[in-house]
Design a protein around this ligand. Structure first.
Ligand SMILES: Cc1ncc(COP(=O)(O)O)c(C=O)c1O
Length: 327
């Protein structure tokens, strides 16, 4: 992975090499940080980079921070503005992934959440697929259980809790699978290691409720709306038994990294026909048009980076920003 050129760090855009923390940093030692993950999609026709649903991502980011008792001096609007500035500094002309992070920055010993000082950082880099074969994922049901709301709340994107996801993902991949499906404490499906879970049964699209220890995904929310409004199918949130996976017509995962990935086999059993089914296929078509800003009714979900940007060139003159061209 190529490292970013810049970072938003301590309230301003700096060269990435200057965004550094010490090894005693609280968040690094105890996992006391929260993060977000956004994508920005390149629309070649418009020569525009479109950030997908930044307000919703930053709202959840601030809610995750509240769970860790962090008071951050930012709002979804100021974070979106900082991200736009960061992306303009990077001048990317391709799909990107964005990683905002808020962490307790104190360099001190002592596990707690109080009397600590948070810091916010953000980086962006070109990014393609998270799961390479996203039209045909072979998943396994993990032996690891999802962290419970009474342990580390999964509805927050809390850095430390991703050790749970890492156990599930590594064991799945070492066993030859692409991805892990993780059950919650009472044996119902919660989600994958870093994506929400859906199945299709007799024309109904079903996903676990937010009370089954899932991250309340922004993609999940978007998918629920697209399935109902664009595909015209009923969407139901309810607990899902493990064996419903085996008998499903289609299974798919969704998330910012994963986007929409068809799961075609679980623990060596084919799901439905064993190939990507019609609902997932149509949903992927709609989804990729939406995120690239090609569906007018969902353009409100896409925040432009370069539109109307004027930059000061090396020589101090204002110029229309042309992404990818440095003056
Ligand atoms: C555990 C987990 N579940 C679900 C998701 C999907 O959330 P979102 O659609 O907001 O990216 C993610 C992040 O991508 C995640 O880490």
């Amino acid at each position: 992975m190529t490292l970013p050129g810049h970072a938003f760090f301590r309230g301003r855009i700096v060269p990435y090499s200057e965004a550094r923390v010490g090894v005693l940093t609280h968040g690094l030692n105890y996992g006391t940080g929260v993060f977000a993950g956004l994508r920005a999609y390149w629309n070649a026709d418009e020569a525009e980079l479109l950030i997908f649903r930044p307000r919703e991502h930053f709202e959840r980011f601030l809610e995750s921070a509240r769970l860790l008792d962090m008071t951050l001096p930012c709002t979804p609007a100021t974070l979106t503005q900082a991200l736009v500035e960061l992306l303009r500094a990077e001048l990317h002309r391709e799909d990107c992934y964005v990683r905002p992070l808020a962490f307790y920055a104190d360099e001190s010993i002592g596990v707690r959440l109080h009397n600590l000082t948070p810091e916010v950082s953000m980086v962006a880099m070109p990014y393609g697929k998270y799961l390479q074969n996203d039209e045909s994922i072979h998943a396994t049901v993990s032996s690891w259980r999802r962290v419970d709301d009474t342990m580390i709340p999964p509805r927050g994107k809390i850095a430390g809790s991703y050790v749970n996801s890492a156990f599930a993902k590594t064991d799945a991949q070492r066993a030859g699978f692409d991805e892990a499906i993780v059950l919650n404490q009472d044996g119902h499906v919660s989600e994958a290691s870093a994506a929400n879970f859906f199945l299709v049964k007799r024309g109904t699209v079903i996903t676990p409720p937010v009370t089954d220890n899932v991250l309340e995904g922004i993609t999940r929310r978007s998918v629920m709306e697209l399935v109902a409004r664009q595909l015209g199918l009923p969407v139901v949130e309810r607990s899902i038994d493990r064996t419903e996976i085996t008998l499903a017509d289609e299974v798919f995962l969704c998330g910012t990294g994963v986007q929409i990935a068809a799961v075609t086999r679980v623990d060596h059993r084919p799901i439905g026909s064993g190939r990507m089914g019609p609902v997932v296929s149509e949903l992927r078509n709609v989804f990729f048009e939406v995120v690239r800003g090609k569906r007018a009714e969902y353009r409100r979900w896409c925040h432009p980076v370069y539109a109307d940007a004027a930059v000061v060139t090396e020589h101090g003159t204002a110029a229309r920003h042309e992404p990818g061209k440095t003056s």
